[in-house]
Design a protein around this ligand. Structure first.
Ligand code: ZN
Length: 517
């Protein structure tokens, strides 16, 4: 009994110390930006010409990490759930956005400086000045009065600000071949709605059915800021799950998630609770099993991105915050140094989109059961911001101690699986052995690096999240062994070249620890 108690307190002490050390290592927004600029994870677009604000490029390591975020989404959500993934064009005709409501409703509240002419988001100015929760959905009158009451002036020149008005956020493009007005899509999901009838006809679609798309969207942000967190051009991974509203409590793999706990913060509450899927439905917190099921699957995806349950939540939106078409909405947020950051909009859009597109296009968008029964499907939307997820993943993985920076990405998100270093470059035998190792690992994403001291090479790879470095030295020539170094512990192990391929396989895909291999 006593021994057990002692073990338990030792365990708590160890965990307590571990948490303190982790907290000391935690990175903030500036650390992420510094790393990004130094290692070209992301940086301003058209930099040498000082391009417009709100556009960013991803460099070699950044785009590899971003691609792997998308790959994991595709593997863990899209493919596992049997969703159909499409890849549509970015420019779409005005008709689409008339039907979707974007031409009339997709507006931001703005105020214009009477002196310097700059536009500002009224809700953002108010939030920054007062710390209160001003929302973009608030009326022009409410926001104008608040600007006056708080005596807010132009942040650029201190000039007087105009009354608040709504500005449409659609980006219009000039396409020569069509007389129709054409816009860049403000969200990828509109292609999914316009392609729904084609999917029904050609893809043997059965409800419930998810259709997904990953790609670019554009919004005329008046005040792009915080680098990749608020941009004009951005990437989304979106899924629309079409289901029969009468069958909202029929979902095939319910057993797999029913006891899984989802982190939710109910509207009006200030605490995050962990509630299992059965209770979410039973207590009518969500409209039905379809929704609880996909909240669980979405949270599981973010756990695979390396987030702990303590740092994530689905925040329930109240009537005032919800988009007008949404019957139920949950923002998925993660805790960052900037506060809770919204990464995903989850919306129960009912039949709003299909009804409007059926009306706008005169196409019949009903789903027809084999017995002839027709329904207009309802939609559960999972709309993920890729760039914001990228930021949150990097901040969550970044550890800084003195001048040592390590990006402890989950292996599945690492830009490369390994780096291969010949210790010296002036010995042909060493270089040849290094090339032999490269050959053995040609099924992985591996880089060959022979410039600078080995210490500098390790540091470069640690900073961009490469989990393993393999070094070929003088001993390799004698006994055909190389060292593998673990990024997070800096532990090293000697292994035979014949076994390097299997060892890497065990580390990367068999979930074996460095000690076990
Ligand atoms: Zn001004």
């Amino acid at each position: 009994m006593f021994a057990h108690k002692k073990n338990a307190s030792a365990f708590f002490l160890e965990n307590y110390l571990k948490n303190i050390i982790l907290a000391l290592l935690m990175a903030n927004y500036d650390d992420v930006i510094n790393l990004s600029i130094r290692r070209s994870l992301f940086y301003p677009s058209s930099e040498i010409y000082k391009g417009p604000a709100g556009f960013y490029n991803y460099g070699p390591y950044g785009s590899a990490i971003k691609r792997k975020i998308v790959d994991l989404w595709r593997k863990n959500l899209v493919q596992k759930e049997g969703f159909l993934e499409i890849n549509g064009s970015i420019a779409m005709p005005e008709d689409v956005f008339k039907a979707s409501g974007h031409m009339t409703n997709f507006n931001d509240p703005v105020t214009k400086c009477k002196k310097c002419g700059a536009f500002h988001r009224a809700d953002h100015l108010l939030k920054e000045k007062t710390g209160e929760d001003f929302k973009e959905a608030m009326s022009n009158e409410v926001l104008t009065n608040a600007l006056r009451k708080n005596k807010i002036a132009c942040p650029k020149c201190k000039g007087d600000l105009s009354d608040v008005s709504k500005l449409n956020m659609m980006v219009k493009v000039d396409v020569g071949v069509t007389p129709k007005n054409v816009y860049l899509r403000p969200e990828t999901c509109q292609t999914i709605f316009t392609d729904f009838s084609r999917m029904m006809k050609t893809m043997r679609l059965k409800l419930p059915q998810g259709v997904s798309q990953c790609g670019k969207s554009f919004r005329n942000e008046i005040s792009p800021r915080q680098t990749i967190l608020r941009t004009v051009e951005f990437d989304q991974m979106e899924t629309e799950i079409f289901f029969d509203a009468e069958k909202i409590n029929e979902i095939e793999s319910w057993e797999e998630v029913k006891n899984y706990k989802v982190c939710v913060q109910l509207a009006g509450k200030d605490k995050v609770e962990q509630i299992n899927c059965v209770d979410l439905v039973k207590k009518k917190i969500v409209s039905g099993q379809v929704i609880a099921y996909y909240l669980a699957r979405t949270q599981q995806l973010y756990e695979s991105y390396g987030f702990n349950k303590e740092n994530i939540r689905f925040r329930q939106l109240d009537n005032e915050e919800r988009a007008f078409y949404a019957k139920e909405a949950w923002d998925f947020e993660v805790k960052t140094s900037l506060g809770w950051l919204e990464l995903i909009a989850n919306n129960y859009r009912t039949d709003y989109d299909l009804a409007n597109h059926a009306n706008g296009s005169k196409e019949n968008l009903n789903y027809v059961y084999p017995d002839g029964k027709k329904v207009l499907p309802h939609v559960w939307e999972i709309s993920i911001g890729v760039d914001r997820t990228f930021y949150a993943v990097v901040e969550n993985s970044l550890k800084i101690l003195n001048d040592k920076t390590v990006l402890s990405l989950p292996t599945s998100l690492a830009p490369l699986h390994a780096a291969v270093f010949p210790l010296v470059t002036n010995k042909e035998e060493v270089v040849n052995k290094a090339k032999e190792v490269m050959q053995k690992l040609n099924y992985l994403d591996v880089v060959y690096d022979d410039s600078g001291s080995v210490g500098k090479r390790y540091a470069r790879m640690d900073e961009v999240g490469v989990p393993y470095c393999i070094t070929i030295d003088h001993q390799t020539v004698e006994d055909n062994t190389v060292t593998i170094r673990d990024r997070d512990t800096t532990e090293q192990k000697r292994v035979k070249i014949e076994e390097i391929s299997k060892k890497m396989h065990d580390l990367l895909w068999m979930n074996k620890s460095f000690k076990e291999i």
